[in-house]
Design a protein around this ligand. Sequence first.
Ligand code: DGP
Length: 122
Amino acid sequence: MAYDQSNIFAKILRGEIPCDKVYEDEHVLAFRDINPQTPTHVLVIPKGAYESFDDFSSQASAEEIAGFVRAAGQIAREAGAVEAGYRILANNGPDALQEVPHFHLHIFAGKPLGRMIKPPEK
Ligand code: DGP
């Protein structure tokens, strides 16, 4: 599938709509989620046009991937989330209900986060 240049994160990257920025470098932008699920809820995105984790992990350069991982760790550290703990999550595709077709990592922190996936009812 071709990358959709009209997706909301592409517009944020182009400066067409605002964001509450928490970090930026050559390859990465991070900003607060518009609908936070936890006291700290940051989205970390690569500046390159990658629609999903599958796309990013297979097509991005080693420099982009390393820079992205380093940045995500730094953002969580700067948010003061290391000691109490935090969760990183990336929704990829329809079964994961990925809403925005530009790869993004969620960082959730600031309260106990519970189980990652609810176990099936018995
Ligand atoms: P996902 O389901 O993983 O694709 O999550 C998309 C997230 O993006 C969701 O938590 C809400 C957030 N989001 C959607 N539109 C905007 C926006 O315009 N600004 C910001 N900051 N976040 C947005």
